[in-house]
Design a protein around this ligand. Structure first.
Ligand SMILES: Cc1cc2nc3c(=O)[nH]c(=O)nc-3n(C[C@H](O)[C@H](O)[C@H](O)COP(=O)(O)OP(=O)(O)OC[C@H]3O[C@@H](n4cnc5c(N)ncnc54)[C@H](O)[C@@H]3O)c2cc1C
Length: 423
């Protein structure tokens, strides 16, 4: 029997970015009708992941918005939605709730406070203002369609709602809440989803020498190369770790690497070999580097061979490069042949990493793959089940680093909230 305590007009599963945006917009739209709206959140507090975004600063959108910053499967579906719900529109939405935003010189938009906490607080204050019920420590483990709505099953309680919004997020970083349980709910409702894999993550590499360069950070131009073709190029800070390479520029390439491991395709095309190539001195040509090395060999023939890169690159990185090329550490600069010297200059420009395994979901920022966009209308309502809506990372939409994933999570919540009706 459903009483006042467990009977709602709208239930939202998941109190994260998309879920709370949906709850606020839903409440704004339906409040005049005295609607009862509830958010069911599995963690003891909502917004755990949101609070961790952008290193605690929450990069919530990007002024350079285009569908090309999202996965191929999603591009034609989200293009009209991005045109309607632009970064400017999203900033205006936040302004209407009292959150002022500011952008950096790359177009990345943050709350003016510099705190993700402000974004979460803004949403939670609105929930209170609009009398939305928030139930924490309430993991949803079953959803059943019934006459006039949905039964939502939790560990020790059942809820009923007329309209249901699934906003349970993806499967990466389960310690921050979303653990993939949303896909199980979707599966139980017979919804198709595309294969899942982590994206925006460090790339694990087959390289015994990598620990030598551990801790090094350098500016680089990195390329993802699939079967000899350059798929994507990024400039940024490359970080060397014990077993992987990371940094935002690598995160941006990691989707291709992880798609390769999950599906043996890259950008949906069959692929047999994938590698990452880094230009460690992008501001100098190969010829310039070779001429600097040749001069050093002539002027300081007695210096240690790895010192030939001293002042050009980090010391640990110089040693790593020499060892990668099997250059004897005890040899002197004067002993390096022309061939070895040009090989070293070339390797500085084309330092190659072979990815060895899929990135760990514990280290990734977003889930690639998800509930197929063929399952939903442009208002994000399920074609198979009227009155069921889906937002955010649970859908087959993933974006690049730079605010694109939160932009999608927020606008998908807004779209559902603004279009839901109780008729
Ligand atoms: C470390 C990190 C940094 C990031 N930084 C950025 C950034 O700066 N900019 C950007 O655009 N993106 C960033 N992202 C990605 C972004 O956070 C996500 O894409 C976005 O939060 C997805 O929103 P969502 O509402 O779909 O899911 P979530 O925000 O994950 O919310 C889902 C909610 O549902 C709850 N839930 C899950 N299952 C259940 C269940 N069965 N029952 C009840 N509740 C459930 C979860 O606990 C969670 O609170 C970052 C991600 C990480 C991990």
């Amino acid at each position: 029997m459903y009483t006042q305590n467990n009977n709602f007009d709208v239930i939202i599963v998941g109190g994260g970015a998309g879920g709370l945006a949906a709850a606020v917009c839903c409440a704004k739209k339906l409040n005049k009708k005295n609607c009862r709206i509830a958010v069911l959140e599995k963690e003891s507090k909502p917004c755990k992941k949101l609070l961790a975004t952008g290193n605690g600063k929450c990069n919530l959108t990007n002024m350079n918005m285009s569908e090309k910053y999202y996965n191929l499967n999603a591009q034609s579906f989200i293009k009209p939605l991005l045109a309607k719900y632009s970064p400017q529109k999203l900033i205006k939405f936040w302004g209407s709730l009292g959150l002022l935003c500011t952008s950096d010189n790359c177009g990345r938009v943050y709350p003016n406070s510099g705190q993700a906490l402000s974004v979460a607080d803004t949403l939670l204050i609105c929930l209170e203002r609009y009398n939305v019920h928030l139930f924490c420590d309430t993991p949803v483990n079953a959803v059943t369609k019934t006459k006039g709505g949905y039964i939502v099953g939790c560990t020790d309680k059942e809820y009923f709602c007329k309209k249901l919004i699934l906003s349970a997020g993806g499967y990466v970083q389960p310690n921050l809440g979303s653990d993939g349980s949303g896909y199980a709910l979707a599966k139980s409702l017979n919804l198709e989803y595309t294969p899942l894999f982590p994206s925006l993550a460090p790339v694990l590499c087959k390289d015994k020498l990598l620990p030598i360069a551990k801790g090094v950070r350098c500016n680089a131009l990195v390329k993802c190369i699939a079967d000899g073709n350059v798929i994507h190029t990024e400039k940024g800070e490359l970080q060397f770790n014990e077993k992987n390479i990371s940094g935002i520029c690598i995160f941006q390439l990691s989707r291709y690497v992880n798609e390769y491991f999950a599906l043996h395709t890259v950008r949906r095309k069959q692929c047999r070999k994938i590698e990452i190539q880094a230009d460690l001195m992008p501001d100098n040509t190969y010829e310039e580097i070779l001429s600097m090395l040749s001069l050093r060999r002539r002027l300081y023939p007695d210096s240690k061979c790895s010192d030939i890169l001293c002042g050009l690159l980090n010391k640990k990185l110089s040693r790593y490069l020499c060892l990668k090329l099997d250059i004897n550490e005890n040899s002197s600069a004067g002993e390096l042949s022309d061939e070895v010297l040009s090989g070293l200059a070339l390797y500085v420009k084309k330092c190659t990493f072979i990815p060895s395994a899929p990135s760990l979901k514990e280290n990734a920022q977003v889930t690639a793959g998800g509930i197929s966009l063929d399952e939903i209308t442009k208002n994000l309502e399920c074609r198979k089940h009227k009155g069921l809506y889906i937002t955010g990372e649970l859908l087959d939409v993933d974006g690049m680093c730079g605010g694109y994933n939160l932009h999608w999570a927020f606008i998908s919540g807004i779209i559902v909230g603004q279009n839901i009706s109780l008729e």
